[in-house]
Structures are given as structure tokens and as C-alpha cells.
Write a protein that binds this ligand. Structure first.
Ligand code: AMP
Ligand code: GLY
Length: 424
């Protein structure tokens, strides 16, 4: 098959890496890709949100399968545009993508179909939102309903912080149209896990467990990011918990989406809070997590192209996934300043030495090749991924590779994996 991957982050590098290993993959393209992806795929200079240019390219090259990484092209309806041209594509339709594209849509679906989640109300009127906040206790969570690149959630510790967040989103339009409506919800504490399933419209099969680290700095301190590191397996997701998540969260959502007329196909990613074995859904995403995808691909033994093809053609019921027994852990290296402002253009050295360490795979995110050098070109820049007998050994190996890399403008958390390691 000739395959096109849409996106250019660490997640798309991991997907390209897994797909390129499949005997079913003939020619691999990635739009726009990055300097690491360029080693295994032909990178095409089309941005991931340029729906019409992607469709024209896929038609011109007679692409057999398109795999979409990020949420924005999914919410923009790239799947519908490709399917209209009879091009096979893995991902939800624009309507189904509302699960991530609109938190109001998602929360109302949870309520209608009794899917466990935090208590909430939605508001389009600032004064009503403020009046509601004044009647609640703190901490309280304020969310812009639309896509805000992972920044549209504020955990307010005081009433004033909550009102300020509402003012920023609803009046000052900090996230543009995404904040015209807000969700105000109960604060949940517990342990957060990422749970993924592949879905073919009606059948869902779970992937192996993974856990992310959202906060920028050690000890889960600092601002929220897209994710600073992940590992798999996540010990909190026992087989019993995984079965419960499938039964109370994933399958009811697939059924609900079909009943609403938006059958779901693609990756369904539930962000869950678990406390004392009780599961609540924080959010749905309509794609693989980044960096969770890096550890999932490191552990996947099955042929991913076969699996994706089964999802696209409604045959997931026949698929049995196989995984490596080893644990995987990924440390994200980011440019100093991320997730706030940072400067592109610094050189990264010794990548080759680091990638030659046994069990290490380095996935690129924001990188660019310039005169034979690798240059940082984004917030999250590298995903240093290790496979080893257990999470602790994978952690040691990943940090050994991090220490081998010479990048003055880079930083990473030093404690990725702490929950899994402390638990033992
Ligand atoms: P979301 O995009 O809705 O997942 O929110 C981003 C992050 O904010 C989540 O990954 C959690 O760490 C945190 N968060 C969201 N909702 C809540 C909540 N109700 N209680 C506690 N933390 C939350
Ligand atoms: N790492 C979390 C996400 O991709 O949303």
C-alpha cells in the first residue's frame, strides 16, 4: 500500500516508524513530517490543516490509506473530504470529531448516556457563569469548549481565579471562538490515565495501558503541556480496571455515537481520573496521545497496517493485538521556555550516538535539518523512547540517552515514570 501520514510531531514519527516496518507498506509519505520522519518517509510540504491540498495530493499519488495524527484536520473534516474521493482513511468524520472539538458536545453526551464524568454546567453568558461559580466550592475547573491546543483548561483554586479565567475566555477571547462557551465542572482528584481503543464504527478493541505526565516540571509542578513523558504499562490499570473502562466508558460511547448518527471510527482516547478503583471520564480525544503513542508503538508487535486496515473496513472483531512484554518509557525533550514562549534555531548534537544505545528509539517532533545539522524548531522537540524489562530499567536507559544528547537550549523532566516506580 502507498500510505500518507498527516502530521509532523513525535506521535507521527512513531506512527511512521511502525508503519514503515510493515511488509504491507510500499511507499510512505508524511505531510508535513519533520527531520526524523524524513529518514523513513518522503516528507511533503503541506501543513496538516490544509484539507484541500492533502486531498489533491492523495488523489494525485493514488494513496491507498491515509492515517491522520492530530485533532485539527479531523475536526476540519479531512476524513469526510478524503472519503468523498473514495480514499481510504483512518480517523473519525468531522461530526464524530466533535467528541474532542466541542467539550459541550462531549459533556452532554456523557450526561445523556450515563457515562461517568465530573458534575458540570455549560454557559455562554458570562454573568450566569459567574453566578454559578459563586455557588460552588473550590477548586473548580473552567474549560473553553473548543480546541485550544491543550491550554483551554484552568484549575481555579479560588473564586477569583475562576472568575478571572471566565473573563479571559468569554470576554477577552483568549482562545478566540473556542471560549465563547465554557464548561464549569467539579474538580476531581485521583490518578490520571490515558486509555486508548481502536474503533471501526461498532467494535472497539483496547490498546495496552499508558500514563502521561502533563505538567511541565518535576513533581507534576508548573503549567500543563501537551505531555512531557509517558510509560506503558501503567500499573494502576489492572485487567479489571481495563475491563471496567471498556464496559462503562468506551463501549457506551461507541454505542452513543452510533445512536446519535455519528458512528465512530479511528482511535478513541479517554482521559480518565481513577480514585479508589472508581473511574471518571475527564475528556475524550479523537486521536493517539502524544507522547503516549510513542510508547504504544514501541510495544506493539502486531502489524499496524493490518490493524488499521481492519479498523477502516469494519473488521476489528477479527483482530487480536500482540504486545512486547517489555515496558516502554518516553522522555520528551523540549526547548527551554516551553509551554510558553521559546526560541527556535538551536543545534542538537550527538543524536546519532544516543540513538545507537540498545533499546533506544528517538522520535523527532519540532526538528528541522539545516546544512547537515539538526535544529530545534518547536516546543516539544524530541521523544527519547526506551524499551527494557521494566519501567525502572526503561527510565534508566532513557535518561542515559538524554545525557548523551548535547543540546544547550533543551530541557526535560527528570522524574518520568515516578508513579509506576514508586508503586512497586
Ligand atoms: P482536559 O483537556 O479536559 O483533559 O483537561 C486537561 C487537563 O486538566 C487534564 O488532563 C487534567 O489533568 C486536568 N483536568 C481536567 N478536568 C479536570 C477535573 N474535572 N478535575 C481535575 N483535573 C482536571
Ligand atoms: N498527551 C496527551 C495528549 O496527547 O493529549
Amino acid at each position: 500500500m502507498d500510505i500518507l501520514i498527516v502530521g509532523g510531531g513525535g506521535r507521527e514519527h512513531a506512527l511512521s516508524w511502525a508503519i514503515s516496518k510493515s511488509p504491507k507498506c510500499n511507499k510512505l509519505y508524511c505531510a508535513p513530517g519533520n527531520a526524523g520522519i524524513a529518514d523513513i518517509a518522503e516528507c511533503v510540504n503541506i501543513q496538516d490543516n490544509n484539507v484541500s491540498a492533502i486531498v489533491i495530493f492523495a488523489k494525485k499519488k493514488a494513496i491507498d490509506l491515509v492515517v491522520i495524527g492530530p485533532e485539527v484536520p479531523l475536526v476540519l473534516g479531512l476524513v469526510d473530504a478524503l472519503e468523498a474521493e473514495n480514499i481510504k482513511v483512518f480517523g473519525p468524520s468531522g461530526n464524530a470529531a466533535q467528541l474532542e472539538g466541542s467539550k459541550a458536545f462531549m459533556k452532554k453526551l456523557f450526561k445523556k448516556y450515563n457515562i461517568p464524568t465530573a458534575a458540570f454546567e455549560c454557559f455562554t453568558d458570562f454573568n450566569r457563569a459567574v453566578a454559578y461559580v459563586r455557588k460552588q466550592t473550590t477548586p473548580i475547573v473552567i474549560k473553553a469548549v473548543g480546541l485550544a491546543a491543550g491550554k483551554g483548561v484552568v484549575i481555579a483554586n479560588t473564586e477569583n481565579e475562576a472568575i478571572d479565567a471566565l473573563d479571559q475566555m468569554m470576554n477577552k477571547k483568549k482562545f478566540g471562538a473556542a471560549g465563547t462557551e465554557v464548561v464549569i465542572e467539579e474538580f476531581l482528584d485521583g490518578e490520571e490515565v490515558s486509555f486508548f481503543a481502536l474503533v471501526d464504527g461498532k467494535t472497539a478493541i483496547p490498546l495496552i495501558s499508558a500514563q502521561d505526565h502533563k505538567a511541565a516540571y518535576d513533581g507534576d509542578k508548573g503549567p500543563n503541556t501537551g505531555g512531557m513523558g509517558a510509560y506503558s504499562p501503567a500499573p494502576i490499570v489492572t485487567d479489571a480496571i481495563a475491563a471496567e473502562i471498556m464496559k462503562t466508558v468506551i463501549q457506551p460511547t461507541i454505542n452513543a455515537m452510533a445512536s446519535e448518527g455519528y458512528p465512530y471510527k479511528g482511535v478513541l482516547f479517554a482521559g480518565l481520573m481513577i480514585k479508589n478503583g472508581k473511574i471518571k471520564t475527564l475528556e475524550f480525544n479523537i486521536r493517539f496521545g502524544d507522547p503516549e503513542c510513542q510508547v504504544l508503538m514501541a510495544r506493539l508487535d502486531s502489524d499496524i497496517v493490518e490493524v488499521i486496515d481492519a479498523a477502516v473496513t469494519g473488521r476489528l472483531g477479527d483482530v487480536e493485538l500482540t504486545w512486547k512484554k517489555e515496558a516502554a518509557l518516553v522522555v520528551v525533550m523540549a526547548t527551554i521556555g516551553y509551554p510558553n514562549s521559546y526560541t527556535n534555531g538551536s543545534e542538537i548534537k550527538n543524536l546519532k550516538q544516543a540513538s545507537e544505545i540498545n533499546g533506544i528509539t528517538i522520535f523527532h517532533a519540532g526538528t528541522k535539518a539545516k546544512n547537515g545539522k539538526i535544529i530545534a524548531n518547536g516546543g516539544r522537540v524530541l521523544s527519547i523512547t526506551a524499551l527494557a524489562s521494566d519501567v525502572k530499567s526503561a527510565q534508566l536507559k532513557a535518561y542515559n540517552a538524554v545525557d548523551t544528547i548535547d543540546w544547550q537550549q533543551g530541557f526535560c523532566r527528570q522524574d518520568i515514570g515516578w508513579r509506576a516506580i514508586d508503586r512497586k
